[in-house]
Ligand binder design. Structure first.
Ligand code: FAD
Ligand code: NAG
Ligand code: NAG
Ligand code: NAG
Ligand code: NAG
Ligand code: NAG
Ligand code: NAG
Ligand code: NAG
Ligand code: NAG
Ligand code: NAG
Length: 585
């Protein structure tokens, strides 16, 4: 065990349970304590040590003995799966109702280097007694970003020292793009401003070019934006979980909503973004200035084009929604029929303006365009099915999107679920509008059911009147009806082989959906970690132009992330904790 003398306190108070700073420094390469101290001064003392969420439970941390903190450990154990509690901690990563704490750990090591607890019983001492908690993939240092100057300081520091950067907001990323072993993390969670203007003029545009819009800091929680938009009698287009970040990765990657079928994707709402580009400039991007960057940000994804400080999103009028909440009791004989019912009805439902989530045992769909009577007629096939299969049916009118979100998302949100990985595909209209398409899709779903029950988001911009060329997401979004996903999990104490197998299996089982949709693509934010031909899948023909813009604003390649635009590839040391699959991209 390393000697206590290694514990050299750098500056200010490092918690008693904190790591040996000298060890942290040596892990982060050729950077002296003086350089870290100087950085800390430049950023007003906002440089912090990145400590894994569950560290207070352990008595060994990064090879050194430490004193556990029972009170802090107990809070972590009791709230281990609570996304609201987790999002307050830099060292916690998640996938809200479907957790992905694996991105806190170094999954490529034999024993997943990190400090996970037993998800099924966080008090299980097997996970922490006598176990060495390692920083794993949690950045050892981070800056809690207060404004553009902090990002500029970090970029400069990275350029001078070679320390790599990672950018985190609420930590929901499915592909580990917001953590990184030995990186300096930039945490945008505290940028929580919100304002509303009925006549927002993008900076540099003619004063008659106005938008009904809200401006949000990168770190606001989507549920707070919904409440704010509701308070000014408007509807915000955002995601389907209370703790998703709204102003960062969510919209940069596209951003789907249950209202997207009518109002478009999140990127379709954005009219301006303020961003520190990797070349160190703080820029305003909109249709009137830096318009190439503006286009790239609207779908280019991740942190590839810089760190967003704030963004301005069009809002929609307050809407009255018809809501269909339908469940049935599955058995070996009816699950396929349930999915086939969805396949059979989706084209019609799409034309009528429905959006929502189609799950293995339920749907929750909303529609802002039709009456309650029309909704009942439209949903009759699903209602009949549910009633014939011991199900429940609610079809009701709610006065606003916020009322819907509060009733169906906030109150239903449960934080349980082990380490998870996804494989997804955007499924084009012809699979639903033609008999042959429906047959093809039904038969692939039937085979898939042997392995997993697809989770389907009917959240593509199907009826939205898109202006060609205004965003950089794959054009496949514009002619799709389903964003379908399958998933699989592994346990907190899985072996490397089990983890690799899980990723591989998901990758293999989404392949039949790729095969029947060769010209389609996938959603960047919710894709297979090992997506095949990822540039084509995520951006289609937009990729060459995105890459050119990336080179322009990031000439020295300071911001890289897994399968992002301009990605260095899996061999880059930045990805040392990603498992290298034999079929890796
Ligand atoms: C439970 C759950 C529900 C979801 N529901 C939806 C949904 O309804 N619709 C949908 O479209 N997606 C949904 N997603 C996917 C979601 O959009 C992505 O996971 C999104 O990237 C999460 O953003 P975050 O800030 O929470 O994540 P983080 O992991 O913090 O960041 C995600 C990515 O964005 C980058 N990033 C973060 N902040 C910034 C910034 N300020 N500037 C530049 N880059 C930044 C990070 O580097 C990383 O690459 C869901 C995910 C989960 C886990
Ligand atoms: C940075 O400075 C602040 C304020 O002086 C201090 O609290 C903090 O611990 C320092 N960060 C590190 C990593 O030493
Ligand atoms: C704004 O005014 C200019 C002329 O001053 C005109 O060309 C343009 O079409 C107007 N734009 C809008 C959105 O009304
Ligand atoms: C809210 O917006 C709706 C739809 O635009 C409108 O009918 C209603 O009058 C507005 N209510 C208030 C209090 O402004
Ligand atoms: C779906 O449609 C096909 C024919 O197009 C039919 O054979 C099948 O029974 C339908 N399934 C359901 C569940 O509606
Ligand atoms: C019917 O559904 C209820 C819950 O909605 C469930 O408790 C019950 O077991 C189901 N019965 C059958 C026969 O599946
Ligand atoms: C679904 O798959 C099963 C085998 O897993 C097969 O027996 C059945 O005929 C298939 N059903 C359809 C409608 O394709
Ligand atoms: C992993 O943890 C579970 C409890 O969550 C336990 O039942 C199992 O035996 C453990 N596996 C190994 C290999 O230790
Ligand atoms: C990747 O996509 C491009 C463009 O569609 C295609 O030409 C190429 O064959 C694909 N490569 C693989 C390995 O599928
Ligand atoms: C700090 C914190 O949020 N603690 C909560 C953890 O969970 C328990 C039980 O659910 C709550 O009572 C605590 O307030």
């Amino acid at each position: 065990m390393a000697a206590r003398s290694k514990n050299l306190i750098l500056v200010g108070a490092v918690a008693a349970s904190g790591p040996a700073l000298a060890a942290v420094i040596s892990r982060t390469g050729q950077v002296s304590s003086a350089q870290w101290v100087a950085l800390n001064q430049t950023v007003g003392g906002r440089l912090q040590l990145g400590i894994p969420f569950s560290e207070p439970c352990f008595s060994i941390f990064n090879d050194d003995p430490v004193t556990p903190n029972p009170a802090a450990c107990s809070a972590v154990q009791q709230n281990y799966t609570d996304p609201v509690f987790r999002q307050e901690h830099f060292g916690a990563y998640m996938i809200a109702s479907l957790f992905s704490p694996q991105w806190e750990t170094c999954q490529s090591s034999a024993v997943s280097e990190g400090c996970l607890l037993d998800l099924s019983d966080p008090s299980n001492p097997q996970a922490f007694e006598g176990v060495d908690c390692q920083n794993g993939n949690v950045p050892p240092f981070y800056i809690e970003i207060a404004g553009p100057a902090d990002v500029q300081a970090a970029l400069e520091f990275s350029e001078e020292t070679g320390i790599r950067l990672s950018v985190k907001n609420k930590g929901h990323d499915y592909k580990g793009r917001s953590s990184g072993k030995n990186t300096l993390g930039l945490w945008t969670t505290s940028l929580t401003s919100m304002s509303y203007s009925e006549y927002f003029v993008p900076d540099g545009c003619e004063s008659n070019q106005t938008y009904d819009a809200v401006t949000i800091g990168a770190g606001v929680l989507v549920e707070d934006v919904y409440a704010f938009a509701d308070s000014v009698n408007r509807t915000f287009i955002g995601g389907y979980a209370t703790t998703i970040g709204t102003g960062g990765g969510y919209w940069l990657g596209g951003g789907h909503s249950v209202l997207s079928p009518v109002f478009g994707l999140a990127v379709d709402q954005v009219v301006e973004a303020k961003v520190v580009t990797p070349d160190g400039e703080y820029r305003t991007a909109n249709e009137c200035q830096n318009s190439d960057l503006f286009w790239a940000l609207r779908g280019g994804g991740g942190s590839a084009f810089g760190v967003v400080i704030e963004s301005t999103h069009k809002v929609q009028p307050q809407v009255t929604l018809q809501v269909a909440d339908i469940t049935y009791t599955p058995n070996s004989g009816n699950t396929f029929d349930w999915y086939q019912l969805g396949v059979n009805n989706t084209y019609q439902w799409g034309l009528e303006g429905w959006g929502g989530h189609y799950e293995s045992t339920s749907i929750v769909y909303v529609n802002p365009l039709i009456s309650l009577e029309e909704a009942k007629v439209s949903m009759q096939p699903a209602v009949d099915f549910a009633l014939a299969n011991n199900g429940t049916v609610v079809i009701e009118t709610l006065p606003s999107f916020f009322a819907f979100f509060t009733k169906y998302v906030t109150s239903a949100q449960a934080g349980v679920g082990p380490e998870i990985t996804l494989g997804t595909r955007l499924l084009p209209t012809t699979l639903f509008s033609t008999e042959q398409g429906r047959q093809t899709l039904s038969s692939v779903i039937n085979e898939t059911l042997q392995f997993a029950s697809p989770y389907i988001v009917a959240g593509t911009p199907f009826l939205y009147n898109y202006e060609e060329g205004t965003t950089s997401v794959t054009p496949a979004w514009r002619d799709s009806l389903w964003h379908l996903s399958i998933s699989s999990r592994f346990n907190w104490n899985s072996t490397l082989e089990e983890r690799a197998q899980t990723y591989q299996t998901v990758h293999d089982h989404i392949q039949p959906f790729r095969d029947i949709t060769p010209d389609s693509g996938a959603y960047f934010n919710e894709g297979d970690v090992y997506e095949t031909n990822h540039t084509q899948a995520y951006w289609g023909d937009n990729y060459p132009q995105l890459l050119a813009i990336k080179r322009k604003y990031d000439p020295n390649g300071l911001l890289d992330c897994w399968q992002c635009v301009g990605w260095n590839g899996p061999q880059d040391s930045l990805y040392q904790c990603h498992i290298q699959l034999s079929t890796a991209p």
